[in-house]
Write a protein that binds this ligand. Sequence first.
Ligand code: NIG
Ligand code: ZN
Length: 400
Amino acid sequence: MTSVQVDGIAELVTNDPSRGDETALGVLTDAAVVIDDDRIAWVGPSASAPAADRRMDVRGRAVIPSFVDSHSHLVFAGDRADEFTARMAGTPYDGGGIQRTVQATRVATDKELRALLATRVDEMHAQGTGTVEIKSGYGLTVEDEARLLRLAGEVTDETTFLGAHIVPPGVDVDAYVALVTGPMLAACAPHARWIDVFCEPASSHAFDGDQAREVLEAGVAAGLGLRVHGNQLATGPGVRLAVEFAAASVDHCTYLSRADVNALAGSATVATLLPGVEFATRSPYPDGRALLDAGVRLALATDCNPGTCYTSSMPFVLALAVREMGLTPAEALWAATAGGAAALRRDDVGRLTVGAAGHLTVLDAPTYQHLAYRAGVPIARCLDLGWPARPAEAGRTSPI
Ligand SMILES: N=CN[C@@H](CCC(=O)O)C(=O)O
Ligand SMILES: [Zn+2]
C-alpha cells in the first residue's frame, strides 16, 4: 500500500453537501486529500492532514472529482466529418449515417479498433475524465456487437450493449428485434453491464415504443441495467418508457413534452443531457434550467461518437450547459460528476469522500468556475498519482 497526500488545494469540490460550504458541491478551501492505494482515505483542511508516504503539492489550484462521462460510443472506425459540414449548411440529422460507421467498423481489425479506442480514452483522461461508459452499436451482427463490447471492456467496466441502435438496411425490423433480444443478447450480455435502445417515433431509423419495450424487457431478463436513447429527434415514447422501466438514465431529452418532464421529476431515472449533440447537429438545446426547476436529476455527458458529436471534452459540454441550457457553473459541474455517477448508479466515483475512488482532476485555475469561464482552454487533467503499475504497462491505456 502506498499513500499520497495531495495538498496545496485552493478550492476542493467534494460533492459532499455535509462538507465545506454545505452546497451540493461541498466546497472546501485550503484543503488536502489523502489517497491510500487507489481509494480516498481522508479529506479536510490542509493544516490537519495526516502524514502519507508521499506528498504532492498542486500549488493553489482547484481540484474536483474526475468527470464521469456516462454516455459514449468510442469503439468505431471511419470518419463522418462530411456529415457535420452538411449539417452546418442546413442538412438535418436523421441517424442514417450510423450505417456508414457500421460498415467501416466491421472491416476494421481488433488491433485497429483497440488503437483508436486507446487514443480516444487517453484524450478523455487528458481532459479530466475518470470514468467512461462505452456502448457497442456499430457492429449490429452477433459477432461484431460482442467484439465491440469485448474491446470496450478492456478499458472500462461500464459497457453497454446497443444492438438496438438502428435496424440495419435491408433487414426486416421484427426479425432484427428478435435477433437483438435473442442470440445477440445472449452473446453480448456476458460482456455488458447495461442494455440501451435508440427509441424514437416510428418512421425513423431507430426503434418505436413497442420494439424498445421488447428490448428493455429482454435486457431485464438477462440481468442487465437499463438505459435509453430517447427524444433526440422528436417527442416520442423514449422518456416515458425509461421512467416506466426505472431505467438508470434516459439520454438526449432534446424534445420533451410537459408529460415527459412530469414523468422524469422525482423518478428513479436520470435525464442525461448531451449538449455537444445539439451543438454539432444544429438542434435546439433542451431547457436544462426548467428540468432542474421541475426536480429532475441531470447528468451531462459527451456522447462522443463519429456522427452527432465527435468531442471527448467534458469541459466543452459543461460550458455549453452553462451558456445554452441555463445551468449555473455549480449545477453543470455537479451534473458532469455526481450526476454522471448517478446515471451509472455508482456511488464510488463523481465525489471525493472517504472510501471513494481516488479520481482527482486538477484545474490550472483557482476555482471550478473557470471550467466554463475559460471555455476551450485545456485547464482540466486527471491527476496522475504515479502509482507503480500504470495501466499502460498492464495492457490498458488509462484508469478509466
Ligand atoms: N442517436 C443515436 N446514436 C448516437 C449517434 C450515432 C451516429 O450518428 O453515429 C447518438 O447518441 O447521438
Ligand atoms: Zn449515444
